[in-house]
Design a protein around this ligand. Structure first.
Ligand SMILES: [Zn+2]
Ligand SMILES: [Zn+2]
Length: 392
């Protein structure tokens, strides 16, 4: 029987052998950016690559046309590589999800030999629309991650870190409905929906001074009126409300909504609002998995920190997955620290030599971590034990 060490060497060799094909796939997705739920090309190319390599692919799972599940083997433990492949409007692959996708498929194909040797299964779960619609939130609600023992993904970044600090996040769409009037001739007849919105922004700004640490509230006005000499009868805004603590997020949501209700009362405009269906959960990092990833990265000469004191806080729908299944969402450096994610510079990095290097290294580390889980039941049990302990 092949040892874990032999299977890891074989996984590295498999990724090196497939490097050209993985690079081509990665760059093809990069140069054909598709936004959330429109990722038909990327989804098709990834599925074809997995099918060609012996995976059984289910297309359009969870009633989402660009979601998929690809499996090699059917036993337990079932190790899932999570793929994202959506791009940002205008900016293209400025979050580097083309790399996330190829890391997942590269790692999955490279760890097949461990399934042949020890049983269990390797999956790639294709999760669309991370950026805007929270594809994984919907998929988690529809059972996509049941019967899964570990879920792992690597996000490109400006640093190498094995854990992610992700805040719970709720989205809010608001509208004020007022009444049109001539702004100069008959202002007394108008109800100004834009003023209502400005009052609400002022109230939210005041609230922000008195929220707990790791709270974030931010919004944009999407409609502030159309013509300057007409009292705006309609205004609209989109907000995100975030917190590190899910219970506090519920409190904060109520306080934010009160800001809008207060502005409605003050202005006389009518408020309409809706909370987004997909609420992001905070990330629950499985430290046992994170440490395996660090050790595996070390063997290929990459130093990864478990956490960083200056780690920033975003939100990811991987948080919802991590609440159901032991998970990691690690970062691999592909650009210098001064290149902001979601910027044109980061989009360029996602197709650069350092981007490809990050993709190859991360795929190797994920494949080796899968080998750890498949070849040693003790390791898989340790991962589950930590998850169960933190879920109580
Ligand atoms: Zn992003
Ligand atoms: Zn991203």
């Amino acid at each position: 029987m092949k040892t874990s060490a032999e299977l890891k060497s074989a996984a590295i060799a498999a990724i090196e052998k497939n490097e050209k094909e993985l690079t081509d796939l990665c760059l093809k997705i990069h140069s054909n950016p598709e936004t959330g739920f429109q990722e038909h090309k990327a989804c098709g190319w990834l599925c074809r690559y997995l099918e060609k390599n012996g995976f059984t692919v289910e297309h359009g799972i969870c009633d989402l046309p660009t979601a998929f599940r690809a499996a090699y083997g059917s036993g337990r433990p079932a190790v899932a590589m999570i793929a994202e492949y959506d791009a940002l409007p205008q900016l293209g692959h400025a979050c580097g999800h083309n790399l996330i996708a190829t890391i997942a498929v590269g790692a999955a194909v490279a760890s097949k030999a461990a399934v042949d040797e020890y049983g269990g299964s390797i999956m790639v779960i294709g999760t669309p629309a991370e950026e805007i619609h929270g594809g994984k939130v919907i998929m988690a609600q529809r059972g996509a991650f049941s019967n899964t023992d570990a879920a792992m993904m690597v996000h490109p970044s400006t640093n190498d870190t094995a854990t992610t600090k992700a805040l719970a996040c709720a989205s809010l769409d608001v509208e004020f409905i007022g009444r049109e009037a001539h702004s100069a001739a008959h202002p007394e007849e108008g109800i100004n929906a834009l003023e209502a919105m400005l009052l609400a922004f002022a109230a939210v700004n005041s609230l922000r001074q008195h929220t707990k640490d790791r709270s974030r509230i931010h919004g944009i006005i999407t409609d502030g009126g159309q013509v300057v000499n007409v009292v705006p009868a309609h205004s609209a805004a989109s907000f995100l409300v975030r917190s590190g603590d899910e219970a506090y997020l519920e409190e904060l949501k109520k306080k934010v909504l009160d800001c809008f209700k207060g502005a409605a009362a003050a202005s006389g405009a009518r408020l309409e609002y809706s909370w987004g269906e997909a609420q992001y959960a905070p990330m629950k990092n499985n430290i046992t998995l994170a440490k395996l990833y660090i050790a595996n990265m070390q063997t290929i000469g990459r130093e990864v920190k478990l956490t960083r004191p200056d780690q920033s806080f975003g939100s990811t729908d991987m948080g919802n997955v991590s609440q159901l299944v032991p998970g990691i969402h690690t970062s691999v450096a592909i650009a210098p620290g001064d290149v902001s994610i979601h910027s044109p510079g980061f989009a360029a990095a996602a197709a650069s030599e350092s981007g490809i290097q990050g993709m190859v290294d991360a795929a190797k580390a994920l494949a080796m971590t899968a080998v750890d889980l498949l070849a040693d039941p003790q390791i898989a049990a340790g991962v589950k034990k930590e998850f169960d302990k933190n879920s109580r």
